[in-house]
Structure formats: structure tokens, C-alpha cells
Design a protein around this ligand. Structure first.
Ligand code: ADP
Length: 218
């Protein structure tokens, strides 16, 4: 069954989520306190409504608890973001994603029950910094404070070796979860898989182990 989404706050971040979900064919209710923003999205989202989401009655009248996933993308107004998230969880919305402005905000959002907290500026900054440090790292996804998944382009040092030869699990504590080769993707590759130059290795492990591997092999 198709999932239903509601996006609260139609700034740059919420707006982008709303457009992408709609492009992907999802049912999206767009909500903002600002009428101009709502008008802008009335042709994009399935429904667009003006409303102050810190008012429980407004959220109830929209039947918000029937949505599978609600995204709180309220920007600078931290108080409204927190209050909205709290009401959504109290009303029983199954999954709430909230955008945090800073670490304190993030902490509070988690405490009051946000199921997923995003911190786009910080996360994107880290991602770009990692790409700047190593040109071989094409993408970077932080899983926790200590763990990440990275996509590493295999250079001549890695090409021509099997996963077993390199022994990266034992030597570096890392796991290759998949290999992208041309248009194909090899999920859970066998130890006997021969790595080719320009393969993109999708590697999971601790940040320290990933750093060690990068410095040694890159
Ligand atoms: P961004 O950094 O993503 O561009 P903005 O601060 O520009 O974020 O956008 C946040 C949006 O959230 C604005 O369009 C604003 O009108 C909306 N917003 C703020 N408070 C509320 C509220 N209480 N209810 C609904 N929408 C709100």
C-alpha cells in the first residue's frame, strides 16, 4: 500500500522533501503557517494547507494521526518545531522525522520521541569535508557517532586483488557490503570476488578503521 506523508514547514529543506516525495509518486500533505508558501506548493503536493501546527486542534482537524510519516521541517523557530513534534507523538503519529538546528535541539527532539532526527547542515558539511580529504571517497553516510558507510573507488592498489587477498575484515575490521561495477551491483560479494579498478566498494565500519584503511590503501 502507498505510504502517506505530511510535510510541515515548506522552507528550502521541507520544500525539497515535498517536491521529491511528490516526484516519486507519493501522497503528500504540505502544511505551513505562511500562506504564500502554501500557495507555491498547492500545485506540487497532493494537498496544501495553511495552519499553525503548534495548535493541537489544527493537527487533529487535518487527521494527522492517519499519516504514516510526518516530517517536521520548521526552520529557525525551535520552539514551534519542538511543540509540533511533541503533539504529533502524543496524537500517535507512527513515524516522525524532525529537522534539528543544533545539537541541543537534536537532543530535545530525541527526548520527546522523534523517531528520526536530521541535521542537514552538519551532515552535509561532514560529507563534503570527507570528500575533500579523500578523492577516492565518493560518498559517506554517518550511521552513528562512530560508524559510517563509505563508498570508495578502487584504485590500482586495490584492483586485481580478491577480497580474501586484501583481508580487509581481519586487517582493518571493515566489511565490504556491496560492489558497484558499471551499472551492476554485487550485494554481499564472495571473498573470492576480484576487485577491478574503478569498482565502487561500499564499506561499513568504525570511522577509525575506515581512516586507517584509507591512509594505507589510498
Ligand atoms: P529552511 O532553513 O528549511 O529554509 P525556513 O525557516 O525557511 O527553513 O522554513 C521553515 C518553514 O516553517 C517556514 O516556511 C515557516 O513558515 C514554517 N513554520 C514555522 N513555524 C510554523 C508553525 N508553527 N506551523 C507551521 N509552519 C511553520
Amino acid at each position: 500500500m502507498k505510504k502517506s506523508f505530511a510535510v510541515i514547514g515548506l522552507g528550502r529543506f521541507g520544500g525539497s522533501i515535498c517536491r521529491t516525495l511528490t516526484d516519486e509518486g507519493m501522497e503528500v500533505l504540505a502544511i505551513d503557517i505562511n500562506e504564500e508558501r502554501v500557495n507555491e506548493f498547492s500545485m506540487i503536493a497532493s494537498h496544501a494547507v495553511v495552519g499553525d501546527t503548534t495548535d493541537e486542534a489544527v493537527l487533529k482537524s487535518l487527521g494527522i494521526r492517519n499519516f504514516d510519516h510526518v516530517i517536521v521541517a520548521i526552520g529557525d523557530d525551535i520552539q514551534s518545531s519542538i511543540l509540533t513534534t511533541l503533539i504529533l507523538k502524543e496524537l500517535g503519529v507512527p513515524f516522525v522525522t524532525a529537522k534539528a538546528q543544533n545539537d541541543y535541539h537534536e537532543k530535545v527532539l530525541r527526548k520527546i520521541g522523534a523517531d528520526y532526527v536530521v541535521h542537514p547542515e552538519r551532515d552535509m558539511g561532514r560529507r563534503i569535508a570527507h570528500n575533500m580529504i579523500s578523492s577516492n571517497i565518493v560518498d559517506y553516510l554517518e550511521l552513528s557517532e562512530e560508524h559510517s558507510i563509505v563508498e570508495i573507488v578502487a584504485n590500482a592498489k586495490l584492483g586485481g586483488h580478491t577480497i580474501m587477498d586484501m583481508d580487509i575484515r581481519k586487517k582493518y575490521g571493515l566489511n565490504i557490503v556491496a560492489i558497484k561495477r558499471g551499472g551492476d551491483i554485487i550485494v554481499s560479494p564472495q571473498a573470492s570476488e576480484m576487485i577491478q579498478v574503478n569498482d565502487v566498494l561500499i564499506v561499513i565500519g568504525t570511522d577509525t578503521d575506515i581512516d586507517r584503511f584509507e591512509k594505507k590503501v589510498m
